[in-house]
Design a protein. Structure first.
Length: 69
């Protein structure tokens, strides 16, 4: 398992931030949408790229998860 972690590496890079609608349920602070690009590398060669959007509170710095109903 340790050998696999040494060979494979995952890196994330922040692309941009913008204000999102709504408020944090914990502290009622403002919410930001953060666009992140990640790449999985095997022996320093990139295998795949993926983009994600994460939501973060600006006051308490909690990562927020959207629940679809």
């Amino acid at each position: 398992m340790c050998f696999f972690k040494c060979i494979c590496n995952e890196e994330e890079k922040e692309i941009g931030r913008k204000r999102a609608s709504g408020a944090c349920p914990h502290c009622e602070g403002k919410v930001e949408a953060v666009d992140v690009e990640g790449s999985l590398k095997f022996c320093f060669l990139p295998i795949c790229y993926r983009s994600k959007r994460k939501y973060v509170c600006t006051v308490c710095s909690r990562h927020l998860i959207l629940l679809y109903s």
